[in-house]
Design a protein around this ligand. Structure first.
Ligand code: F6R
Length: 614
C-alpha cells in the first residue's frame, strides 16, 4: 500500500530512486514519482501507472543535487490522477513530501490552511500535510533545526497514520522522516544514506539499517542521522543487520515472483523448521515465544487474528491445535476483532499472523488485545516489522522476502509453524512421545514431498489451461481442507479475476449446489483418508449435475473411474501436514490459469501487498 524511498549521497539520485521504486512496486502501482533538489529548487517528476512509465520520462535534464525522494501509490484519498500522485509540493514550493498512510483529519486542516490563503491542486490528504509543514516553517522563528521542528509541529496536529519523507529547499542537504503505524527504515551506507518503507528497496546497497519506531522522527544528512521523539527527546537508535540477499528480491530465472516463490517452498519450509526441534526429535521448540512450559500449560484458549491468506492459515491452526493439543481455539479477522470488544477468557493467548508484519488491521488487533492485558504473540515473516516488534514474543517464519502480491510460500510456512505449535502444545498435554516422534519425522520429510509436487508443474499447467476460460469455480474440502479450499479460491480470484468460492464440501447441498452446472468446475481437496468416502459422495453429487471435477488426492487413494475429470496425486503425509501438500497444486493451478488469461500475475488489479490502510 504505497511505498517510499529516499537517498542522500554522491550517486545518480534519480537512478537509485527508480531502482528502489521498481523493487517496491508490489506495494502499489497506480502512479509513481520522484522529487529532488535541483538548482536550489524542488523538481518533481510523476507519471501514472507503473514505475516503467516514470523511468521512461526521466532524461538528462533530471539531475538532482545529491538528495531525492520517491513514491509508488495505491490510491486512497483521491482518484488515480497525476495531480494526486506523490511527491507533493507545498504551495510556496518550499517542501516536497512522500507519504504512506492516511491523515484522518485532513479536511479540518485543509479548511484551516485555506483560510490562511493556501491553495490546493490535488484531492489528497498528503498535500494538506506538506502545506501544514510549510505553514509552521514560515511561522517558526528559531533558526536551529527549523526544518525538523516544523515537521514535528505539523505532525502534532495530525490524526491518522504516516510514514513520511520530506525535502526542504532551504535545507538542501537534509531529509526529515517520521513514522506512525507505517513502516520506515534508514539504511546506512558508506557516506550515503537511504530511507525506505521496505528493506527490499535498499538491500542492494546496504545491510546496515535502523528501524524507526512509532512517534519517532529522524533528521538525515549524507553522513549522519539523529532520531528524536515528537517532543524532541533524543533517541539512541539501534542498528540492525538485514539478513536478506539481493537474489532474494530478484526474479532470477522465473517469469514471475509468484512462480519463484511457489518453487521456493521446500527451502522456506526447511527454514521455518531449522533449529526448532528438541534433541530427541519428539517435539518443537520456539525460543521467541518467551513462555516457559509451565506458562504454556496454563493457556486455556488461543485466539488467532489475521487478514486474507494469513487468516486461512489461522483456520488451519484452529483445526490442528484443537485436534492435537485439545486447546479451544478461536479465529477472528483482525479488522473485525479490533472493533468487536469480544469477551476473552482469562488465560487466552492471542496470536497475530502476518507475513508482512505491517498489516494495519492486524497491528490494531494486536494493540487491542495488549490493551486488554492479554499476552500477545506474533507469527511474522519480516524481521523487525511493526507487529514483530510490538508483540511480546513470537515466531519468525524465515520464508525470505515475499514480493508476489499473492501470498504463497508465506502461507505454507505459516501452516508449518502452526503445525509445530500444535505439536509443542500437544506434547505439553496428552500427545505421546511416539506420536511426537512420528509428527517430527513427517515434518522433516515435508520439503522433499513439496519438491515432488513441484515436479508436476507441467501436468498442473495443462490442467489449468483446460479450465482457464471458465468464469466461476468452486473449491471444496472437509475439515482442515476447508481453509485450503478458501485459500485456493482466493488465489484464483485475486490473480485471474475468476469468481471462485471455497466451501466445506458437505455444505454445498445447503445452497451453493444451485450454482452447479457444466459452467462451474469444482475443485475438490480430497487427500484425507478418513473423509475420502464422504467427499467422493459429494463429488458424485456435483458430477450428476454436469460439473467438471478436478481433485487433489493422496497417493494410493482408490478413486472410482469416471468420478473426476482431472486428478492431481500428491504424496501421503501426516494428517496435520496434508493442508500444506494440498495447497501447492492450488497455487500452481491459479498461477497457470492467470498466465493463460494473460493477467498481470505479480501485480493484480486493485491489489497491493502489505495493507497499511484500514
Ligand atoms: C493474498 C494475500 C493477502 C494477505 C493479507 C494479509 O494472497 O496476500 O490476503 O494475506 O493482506 O497480509 P499479511 O500476512 O502481510 O498481514
Amino acid at each position: 500500500m504505497c511505498s517510499i524511498i529516499g537517498y542522500i549521497g554522491n550517486r545518480d539520485v534519480a537512478q537509485i530512486l527508480l531502482d528502489g521504486l521498481s523493487r517496491l512496486e508490489y506495494r502499489g502501482y497506480d502512479s509513481a514519482g520522484i522529487a529532488g533538489i535541483q538548482c536550489e529548487e524542488i523538481s518533481v517528476v510523476k507519471r501514472l501507472g507503473r514505475v516503467k512509465n516514470l523511468s521512461d520520462a526521466i532524461d538528462e535534464s533530471v539531475k538532482f543535487d545529491g538528495i531525492g525522494i520517491g513514491h509508488t501509490r495505491w490510491a486512497t484519498h483521491g482518484s488515480v490522477s497525476l495531480e494526486n500522485a506523490h511527491p507533493h509540493l507545498s504551495f510556496h514550493g518550499i517542501f516536497s513530501l512522500v507519504h504512506n498512510g492516511v491523515i484522518e483529519n485532513y479536511e479540518s486542516i485543509k479548511h484551516f490552511l485555506v483560510e490562511k490563503g493556501y491553495e490546493f491542486y490535488s484531492e489528497t490528504d498528503t498535500e494538506v500535510l506538506v502545506n501544514l509543514i510549510e505553514y509552521h516553517f514560515k511561522k517558526e522563528t528559531s533558526l536551529e533545526n527549523k526544518f525538523l521542528v516544523s515537521v514535528q509541529k505539523a505532525l502534532l496536529h495530525v490524526r491518522g497514520t504516516y510514514g513520511i519523507a520530506v525535502l526542504c529547499k532551504h535545507s538542501p542537504g537534509e531529509m526529515v522522516v517520521a513514522r506512525k503505524s507505517s513502516p520506515l527504515l534508514i539504511g546506512i551506507g558508506d557516506n550515503e544514506m537511504f530511507i525506505a518503507s521496505d528493506a527490499c528497496a535498499i538491500v542492494a546497497h546496504t545491510h546496515n539499517v535502523v528501524y524507526l519506531n512509532d512517534g519517532e522522527l529522524a533528521s538525515i544528512t549524507q553522513s549522519d542521522f539523529s532520531v528524536v521523539t515528537m517532543k524532541n527527546e533524543k533517541i539512541d537508535a539501534v542498528k540492525c543487520e538485514l539478513d536478506w540477499r539481493i537474489e532474494d528480491v530478484s526474479r532470477g530465472e522465473h517469469e514471475h515472483f509468484m512462480l519463484k516463490e511457489i518453487c521456493e517452498q521446500p527451502v522456506a519450509l526447511q527454514n521455518a523448521m531449522r533449529g526448532r526441534f528438541s534433541d530427541d526429535l519428539s517435539t518443537a521448540k520456539f525460543g521467541g515465544l518467551r513462555l516457559s512450559p509451565r506458562e504454556l500449560r496454563q493457556v486455556d484458549r488461543i485466539l488467532f487474528c489475521a487478514c486474507g491468506t494469513a487468516w486461512h492459515a489461522c483456520l488451519i491452526a484452529e483445526y490442528l491445535i484443537e485436534k492435537y493439543a485439545r486447546i479451544p481455539v478461536e479465529v477472528a479477522y483482525s479488522s473485525e476483532f479490533r472493533y468487536s470488544n469480544a469477551p476473552l477468557e482469562k488465560n487466552t493467548l492471542v496470536f497475530v499472523i502476518s507475513q508482512s508484519g505491517e498489516t494495519l488491521d492486524s497491528f490494531a488487533a494486536l494493540q487491542e488485545a495488549k490493551r486488554k492485558g492479554y499476552r500477545t504473540l506474533a507469527i511474522t515473516n519480516v524481521v523487525g516489522s511493526t507487529i514483530a516488534r510490538e508483540s511480546e514474543g513470537g515466531i519468525y517464519q524465515h520464508s525470505g522476502p515475499e514480493i508476489g502480491v499473492a501470498s504463497t510460500k508465506a502461507f505454507t510456512a505459516q501452516v508449518c509453524v502452526a503445525a509445530m505449535l500444535a505439536l509443542l502444545l500437544g506434547r505439553l498435554r496428552d500427545m505421546s512421545f511416539d506420536d511426537g516422534v512420528a509428527f517430527v519425522q513427517a515434518l522433516l520429510q515435508l520439503p522433499e514431498k513439496v519438491s515432488k509436487i513441484l515436479e508436476k508443474k507441467d501436468e498442473i499447467r495443462l490442467i489449468a489451461e483446460k479450465y482457464a476460460h471458465h468464469e466461476d469455480m468452486l473449491f471444496l474440502g472437509r475439515q482442515s481442507m476447508f481453509p485450503v479450499a478458501l485459500e485456493g479460491a482466493l488465489k484464483l480470484k485475486e490473480i485471474s479475476y475468476i469468481h471462485a468460492e471455497g466451501y466445506p464440501a458437505a455444505e454445498i447441498k445447503h445452497g451453493p449446489i444451485a450454482l452447479i452446472s457444466g459452467k462451474c468446475p469444482c475443485f475438490f481437496l480430497a487427500t484425507q483418508r478418513n473423509t475420502l468416502q464422504k467427499t467422493l459422495s459429494n463429488i458424485l453429487e456435483v458430477k450428476a449435475r454436469n460439473a467438471m471435477v478436478i481433485a487433489v488426492v493422496a497417493e494410493g487413494s482408490k478413486i472410482p473411474p469416471g468420478c473426476t475429470d482431472d486428478l492431481i496425486v500428491v504424496p501421503e503425509t501426516h494428517d496435520a501436514l496434508e493442508p500444506i501438500l494440498a495447497t501447492i497444486p492450488l497455487q500452481l493451478f491459479a498461477y497457470y490459469i492467470a498466465k493463460a488469461r494473460g493477467c498481470d500475475i505479480d501485480k493484480p488489479r486493485n491489489l497491493a501487498k502489505s495493507v497499511t490502510v484500514e
